[in-house]
Design a protein around this ligand. Structure first.
Ligand code: F3S
Length: 391
């Protein structure tokens, strides 16, 4: 890679140990992917925050970086392993909470803003078209590339932290026009509506397009929540970190010659694939983290009802605060449902606690099955709430 004079100094250790280590991580990455240079980034989102995934080795690495490291761009976090305030209420043991707080304290010392969410774009971290960023969480990466037109590869936790500490990332992959070009056209001939159907559609497409970036046609309209769900499901079930959707994605591209068609049956098959025969003892809505509009819908559905099983509404702390002002958190919590911030069903230590989960998230089904060994019942947000209150 061609390094500037300042980058050479950073790599030599002149700016301290954390900067040197970060440059070592980034130059190795750049060399693997044949990047010619670095590009400055405006914001960073770091995954690998849950102590459940990091373990003691990850915590040690962060504490070491925090000895003399400081982030130099706007940096926030992906969900952690627990609600940082109400962890007892969601059944997190003390020893886990202690370790998780050590992780958070290391990030705080590094100057990271303690916003633990996979929907930073809903709470003020809204990158613009063409802006280079370094984000980690796959749904946030896919949404920012495909819906906002920002540019990021799917970073790992260490490479995102390194980008935050140095303010730059190797210039390769989805930072470059050529690599963002679609390789396959997808004609959607199915009618889809609601977050869960958009998630199922993304699964149906992703399974066929694999690592090729698709150019998707035929979606007449999509709400922010539907695109949020699509952006979570698509990278989970494909090998690509972005899609182009006609009329939505800001990049100007043309339709590739290779073409596939997605039918109603493909979407129905995806829905079937996500549904196991199971008794539900856990309901989780908010993957990706709920928007304020979803909080309103949930409050409306839960008003005057009581939930009969453990029910989590996962969202960011900022959206919870907004919902609080409107009186919606009171309505939701009066039903016995828990508004859980800073975490989610995939990164909290939930293995063995539940058998069957109801969720409206296709991505949630993947992690519910894979990380936690749950059986999954996949349904709309409205049906999830019905399931939560069903006796
Ligand atoms: Fe977000 Fe967790 Fe789902 S990080 S996208 S709520 S698996």
């Amino acid at each position: 890679m061609i390094l500037t004079a300042q980058e050479k100094e950073m790599l030599s250790g002149k700016e301290g140990n954390a900067v040197q280590k970060s440059m070592e991580i980034l130059t190795s990455l750049g060399e693997i992917f044949r990047a010619e240079k670095f590009v400055p980034v405006n914001s960073v989102q770091i995954a690998g925050v849950s102590y459940h995934n990091l373990g003691d080795a990850g915590l040690e690495f962060l504490e070491d970086m925090a000895k003399d490291g400081k982030v130099r761009v706007k940096t926030m976090l992906n969900p952690a392993g627990m609600d940082l305030e109400n962890w007892k209420e969601i059944g997190i043991p003390q020893d886990f909470a202690d370790k998780q707080m050590k992780v958070i304290n290391a990030f705080r010392k590094l100057g990271v803003t303690i916003t633990c969410t996979c929907t930073p774009y809903l709470v003020g971290y809204n990158p613009q078209k063409g802006e280079h960023i370094s984000w980690s969480e796959s749904s946030a990466v896919c949404f920012s590339n495909s819906v906002l037109g920002a540019r990021t590869n799917k970073e790992g936790g260490p490479s995102a932290l390194a980008a935050a500490i140095t303010g730059r990332t190797p210039f390769y992959g989805l930072h470059l026009d050529a690599n963002r070009a679609p390789k396959i056209t997808v004609d959607v001939q199915a009618r889809v509506k609601g977050e869960h159907e958009f998630g199922a559609l993304a699964l149906a497409i992703g399974k066929q397009t694999k690592e090729k970036i698709p150019f998707i046609r035929g979606i007449k309209k999509a709400s922010l929540e539907e695109l949020k769900s699509f952006s979570a499901s698509f990278p989970t079930y494909s090998g690509a970190a972005m899609f182009h959707m006609e009329g939505i994605t800001p990049d100007r591209v043309s339709a590739p010659a290779e073409k596939i068609v997605i039918t109603q049956k493909d979407v129905e098959d995806a829905i079937k694939f996500l549904n196991d025969e199971c008794e539900v003892d856990f309901v989780s809505v908010g993957c990706p983290h709920c928007s304020i509009n979803e909080m309103e819908r949930i409050a409306y559905l839960l008003k005057g009802n009581k939930v009969s099983k453990e029910t989590w509404i996962t969202t960011s702390r900022q959206v919870k605060a907004e919902a609080e002002k409107k009186g919606w958190t009171k309505i939701i919590e009066s039903s016995g449902a828990k508004i859980v911030c800073d975490t989610c069903l995939a990164v909290a230590p939930l293995k063995g606690r539940f058998k069957g989960i109801a969720t409206n998230s296709a991505k949630g089904c993947y992690y519910g099955r894979g990380s936690n060994g749950f059986k999954t019942s996949f349904m709309s947000l409205e049906e999830c709430i019905q399931e939560a209150v069903r006796k």
